[in-house]
Structures are given as C-alpha cells and as structure tokens.
Design a binder for this molecule. Sequence first.
Ligand SMILES: Nc1ncnc2c1ncn2[C@@H]1O[C@H](COP(=O)(O)OP(=O)(O)OP(=O)(O)O)[C@@H](O)[C@H]1O
Ligand SMILES: [Mg+2]
Length: 932
Amino acid sequence: MASASLTPPALVGRSAELAVLDGHFGAALVRQTALMLTGEAGVGKTALLDAAALRAAGAGFRVLRVAGCPFRRGVGFSALNQLLQPLADGLPSLPARQAETLQAVRGLSEEQPAELLAIANAVHALLARTVAGTGPLALIVDDVAWVDRPSATVLGTVARSLHTEPIALLGAARTGDESFLSNIGIPEYEVGPLDEVSANELVAERFPAMAARVRRRLVAEARGNPLALLELPVPLNDLQQTERGTLPAVLPLTERLKGIFSTRVTALPAATRKLLLLAVLDGSGELHILQRALGLPDGLAGLSPAERAGLVQVDGVTGRLEFRHPLTRSAVMELATSEERRWAQLALAAELPAGSEHRARHLADAAVGPDDEVAALLHEVAYRTLRRGDAVGAITTLLRASELSGTGTAKARRLAEAACLGANITGDLRNVRALLDNAGHADPSGVGSLAAATAAASRLLNGEGDVDTAHRLLIGAIETHVWPEDGESVEDIFREALNTLLMVCFYGGRPVLWHSFEDVVKRRRPPTSRRLLPVILGAFADPAYGALPFLDRLDHLVSGLHQQTDPVRVFGVALSASYIDRLPGCRSALRRVVDDGRDGGAVALAIQAQFLLANDAYAGGQWDELLEITEEGLGWCATYDYRLTASTGHFQRGLVAAARGDGDTAREIADRLVSWGNPRGLGALRVYAAHIRALSALGGADFDAAHRLLRALVTPGEVPRFMPHALWLLLDFAEAAVHTDHHEEAAAHIAAVRGTDIPSISPRLAMLTDACEAMANPDVIDHGLFEAAIATPGAERWPFDWARICLAYGERLRRAKAGGAARVHLDAALGTFERLGATPWSARAAGELRASGIPVKPLRPVESEDRDRHALLTPQERVAAQLAATGLTNKQIAARLFLSPRTVAAHLRSVFRKLNVTSRGGLRDALTGPMP
Ligand SMILES: Nc1ncnc2c1ncn2[C@@H]1O[C@H](COP(=O)(O)OP(=O)(O)OP(=O)(O)O)[C@@H](O)[C@H]1O
Ligand SMILES: [Mg+2]
C-alpha cells in the first residue's frame, strides 16, 4: 500500500518554473528535448523534479528516474541500471547483441561490458523501442554531478544522439557543478530563490504556530532558499517561535544546514575566519572598520581566500563587503568560540564613537554579567529604535538592558517600560503580567511607576478591570511621577500614558473623566511640548466645541502623513481626524500601519488602524470592505487579547448589520456591547449599542423605538461637551423625532448644533445640519436647505447620509403632493440604498414611490405621459438626467454611476436633445411633467 508520506509535499509558488517544465514536456511530444535545472543547494531543484514527474505522468509520459549519489559514484553503471530497471522486460525484444550488452552492464552476464559507445547504442535502441511500444518517455536525473562516470558517459552520448523520439530528458545539479550534461549545448534553467510571498507561505504552512514577527526574520535570513526556510525554525524552541523569547542576532543552523554552509568556512585559514567574524558582527560591510578593528595594516589581505571560495564579495559600487548568502554568516558565528566572539565585539566597539548605537550593542553583546553603564547606553538605544518606528526592536533592547541592569530599580523600570510599549504598541498584552511581576520582584517599590501603571491600565481595560480603576491608576501615576534625569525615554512613556488615559476617557464616556485629564495635563507638563495632544483633545475628545481652532493644523498634519514613519503618530493624527471627516487623507498611512502589523510589527496600533479605516469605510459606504477589515482586526483582537479595542470593531459591524436590515445580528452585537461594557463602566459601549439599536429601529420604520433609544442619548437643545459620538447621531435623531411628531425636539436640537462648531467642521457635517434643520420644520418644505444639502459638493462620498436626506426630502415632497419632484429624489435614494445593500431603506424609498402613485421599476406600470417621455431615453441617460436634475455636477454623477465625466456629458447632451431642453433647470420639469 502506498504510504501517504511518499507523496511529496505540495509545491509552494513556482508557477513560472512549472510553466517552463510543462513547455519542456510539451515540446518533447514532438521531438526529443533536454533541459538542465541548476541552482544553489536547497533551492528546490529536487522538489521541482518531483512536481515535474507528476506532471509528465499526467501528460502521458512514462517516467524513469534516478538520482546521482556521492557514495555510489564509484560503482560503475549504478545510475544507468537504476534508471533503466523498469525497462528490463523489453530487453529480449532487442537484437541479441544489444540485449547481451545491456545484460552485461547489469552484471547479469558473464561478459565484460562492451565499449561505452556500443552500450550507448544499445540504450538508444531500448529507449526507441520502448517509445514505439508505450509512448513518450521522461528521463529524470537528479544530482547529475554525482552520477557514476560510466553511466554519465553513456547518458551523455545518448542525450546527443536522440533527436526524433518523443523523449524528455530532465536533469538537475547545483550551479557550478560539472556534469555529463554540462557544456554539450543542453539548455539550462537556473532555479532562483522563492519569492517573498511564497517564502512566507511555505513557513506559515509548515510552522503554523510561528509568530508573524519571527517568520519575517527567518524569511529575511533564508533569502528565498526553501531548505533554509524549513530548517532555520528547527533549532528555535517553542518560546522563540511564538516570540515570547527573543531570537539570537544570528540564527543557529541545523546539522543539515551546517553541512552545506559550514564546510566551506571550515576550510578557510584562521585569519580569514577572524576577519569574517568581525564582518558578521559589524554588519555594515565597511572595510575600513574591519581593518581598524583587526589592528593590522594589511589585515584585509586575509579576505582573499573567502572571496575565492565565493563566500563573500566586495561590491564594485559601494566598496562594501557582502556575504553571498546570509547563512554563511550563521556558519561563521557557529564556528567561532565565545571568546573569539567577545574579542570581536570589543574590538568593534573600540572603533566606534561614544554615542553610537552600534557601540552600545557591541558592548552589550560582549558583556558577561550586569553592567550599569552598558545597560544605560542600551536603554537610550531602545528609545531611538522606537522613534524609528521599530517598537518590537525597542522592546527587545529594553529587555536586554534590564538583564544588564545592576540595580533592582533600574531593572524594574526597564521591564515596566517594555511592558508598557508591548501593551500599547506591539500587541504584547499577554506578556504584560509576567513582565510586571518580574519588575515587582526586582523592585517592590517601583510598581506605581508611570510605565507600570500604563501597562497595567491597558491590561485592566482589556481584561476584567473597570474604567474608574484604570483612570485612577493613570492619573495617580502621572501626578506623582518624578522626571528622572534622562527625560528622553520618559517622553515616550508619558505619551503612552496619555494615550492610554485618552482611551480610558473615551470609552468611559463621561465628561468628568476628561476634565481630570485636562487638569493633570495642565499641571504636569511633560518635559517637552506635545504638540499633538491639544489637537487630539480638541478634535477627537470634544469636536463639537474644540475642533475648529485645530482644523488647519490637523489638515497640515494629515497632508504630511505620507512621510510619517512613527506609527504612534499616525494613530494620533488619524484619531484626531476620525470624527471630523478627515480620515480619507489618512488612509494610506493607516494601511501602512496595518501592513506593519501583518508583518508582526506594531500589532496593537495596527488593530486601531484597522478600525479607523473601518470608520472611514462606513461613512464612505464601503460596507463590504468594512466587514473584511473588521474581520481581520477582530481576529487580531482575539489572538492578542484586546477585548476593549474589539468593541469598536463590533460596533462597526453592528451598524452595517442594522443598516442592511440584519436585525438579529445587530441586536446580538448591541446586547454583547452592553453586557461587556456595563460592569466595566464603559459608557461609550452603551452609546454604541443604543446607536445600533436605534438605526435598526429606523430601518424597520419603528420610529417610536428609535426615538426612545435616542432620547436617552440626546437631550434636545443641548450638545454635550466631550461626546464626540453626538456627531454621528444628528440624522438619526432628526429622523426619529420628525417621524414621531417631535419636530420641536428636532428643531431645538439642531438649533443647539448651530450654536456649536459642528456645521463648520466639514462639508458633510454642514450637509447634515442643513438637512436636519429642513427636516425639523413641520410647516413648510424648506427647498433651499434640502437642495443645498443634496447638492453639497462631494456628497457622493457619503452615500448613506446623502441618500437618507434624499429620502427625507422625497417623503416631504410626496406628502405635499409634489409627486414629480418627489420621484427624482426617491429614485436617487432608492438607487443608492440598493447599491449599499441598505435593504430596509430601499424598501422605505420604494414604498414611498409606490404610495405616491409614482411608477416604481417593475412594481407598477409606468404612467403614459411619463412613459412617452421616458421611452426616448436609454436607462443610463434616464438615471444621469435624474441626477442632473437634483443639482449634481457631471463629476458627481460620474462618481455615482461609475462612469467618466465625459460619458456623463455625452449622455446629458443626448438627453437635452431628446427632451428638447436647453439647461439643467429645464430638466426637472421635463422629466417629471407638471406638478400635480
Ligand atoms: N517550492 C517549494 N514548495 C515547498 N517545499 C519546497 C519547495 N522547494 C523546495 N522545497 C523543500 O525544501 C527542501 C529543499 O529542497 P530540494 O531538496 O528540492 O532542494 P535542492 O535544490 O534539490 O537541493 P540540493 O542541491 O541539496 O539537492 C525540501 O524539503 C523541499 O521539499
Ligand atoms: Mg536535490
């Protein structure tokens, strides 16, 4: 029975190579062809031959295989016999002489094997006869360079002599290895490294538990060599694979890799190896550094043997020393003793200036026990690393600094800082507890430090803790914090403390929390100014009253995001932008943060970035995209334990469910938000839940319920301070109030909104304010306001809001018996709702259309006068004309219909001609006829 393990594992990637192989076999059906695969050790030649054998068999070839073997190289004809063994049955059909020749080659006759040429002829005859009997043949020879010499000579002769038979010869050998198939004009195909996507896929598939961050490192080291990709993880323990332990700077090799990469290093003279060790540890490739560290004037001469062996080269342009393969570096490290390594680290450190990051790292690597001075240097390096946007590297460095710390206080401080950055930036929330415990053991008095409090608050918020405890903890730590001398690192920790406090206040949702935030910031000024903080406090925490003064600065910050490398800063800017419609400008920067998280970088920030992108997608009507984004974000939240952060993703999905009429999902999400948030004092989650429920009720035309729910959040005539979410509820409240005959409430509310900054913040908020004010007026239809809202430039960017305004206007017009005008708006609303999948609203719009006696698509026949007029227009022209009649520009219409503005212009020219009108103003009447 065939065992499953005999099936080669599925090939990852390699579509180009497989296409070449398929072409090879395709060509061989017509005439004999030969192809050699070459490539470095472990690049995947044998794997490709395995795949090729399967494909050849699938294409009707009979496949014969053999692999050269270093231990059987001295056994004459061993390869040839193995290759031809399956054809032994055909020997009797050959002329007697040739049959005997081949029997002798197999060692089955008394005779000495004949001349090699005669053998080659016999083999040729056997192959030709087989082809004639059973069809095309594929001869696959792996490791050609190790094929025994007589077999090689015979096979080489056969390869040259076959021409017309359908035989495909396919060989493989390492690049540079001479073989019988070299230099005889056979085409060669160099198998290159796996591309990065395939490399990641291969590792992810074989080592599913491995953290993305570790994978990224391995993929970089292996440079697309599949053998290295599969072998490098082997010596790493579970902790290292799941990134709870740190990875060594140079990865260890398995025996198998050592066999390949160490042999050539071992063969080098001692002086050369010393030089290579310096080069590995230095990492810059600068020859003058190596020379100085070596301390010998002609020391670089020692490089020559390594160059000749093809292990290193000096780049002609940069003049730097390069290792041809990164794993040679590993081999050099493995072959060095610990004493040699220490010598090299110190020699390199001695050549570097005092403030250099590399110097600090060399000294740290050379240290054998605690060393306060080195620990302090490393501590500084950690924050430089953080500011470059590499929080993962910063944490690793902090942890090493804590190991080198001589005092409990310093150790505890560094551990707590690592915990803090882990919780807030890199997604290491799960490690916080252990790190803080260790910090507590090292210095029991340091548990209240700013970093420790921040890490603990993040953990509390996402775990079983409540808002007030987290708030007290943070405020207390900020109040009592004493700035140490080295203010630099503290600034970053302070920033994290404030960001955490920001989240506490936001999710707590009570103004009093924000007040003490403002107080403490005023009293405890951080060592250097934090220019973003006031922007966040104004634009995010209290946009209705605080955004306006910061809009210019924020717009400036948003426009500079494309070159921002610090993900914490990207997050801060995008957060400020989130309630005030500036997220579209942050998209590409946020996507970079997400990509970094996917790569195992700043995961905690990547989650936040996903949900900010989801906010943007909600407003922009990209709801399917929102579902995808939040699915990934929530997956990360579950993996990394960010339960509070997850609530925002749930909320966003709840809104889409409500808008699309999936009441069960909406209800379930709302219930979950409340049951999780209430005991923890998370007021924002109550608001989220009420918003979802209210939207669900509005969709279902249960206006009483919607009104009841929203009245709990909105006090008419009052726009509370520090309630950014109030900006999301304008339309909902107006709609609910108006439909339940509470026009006075809607009017009072919108009057209060007019008294805030809201209408001046963005065109969207101005549009909503106008529309709500028009809706609130029970007596007359304020055409001016409604139409101004509908014609807001760029309104197509917020399709759900816009269509709801069209619906509201259409409803009013319909009730005022202005059926013709109503139809245009209701139609536009209907089309947009349908595109969004906002089923309950589509149904409402369609219902309105029908109730007004206005024809609705297939639902009822078209009235005759309209039919006559409309029959003139194509469907596209009709829609474009209706949109033009609502006051939209060609560009806006184009965006909505996914057409080019030029096409829209052409449609409209044709409409004007057919309807005999000369202006947009005339369109509306021409389309709808005289108003009833
Ligand atoms: N595209 C691939 N997808 C999945 N696994 C692969 C792929 N390429 C190679 N491998 C795996 O990587 C390892 C090394 O590949 P392989 O043995 O084919 O290399 P090679 O080029 O034949 O090396 P050598 O020169 O030492 O013979 C094997 O375990 C193989 O299964
Ligand atoms: Mg091989």
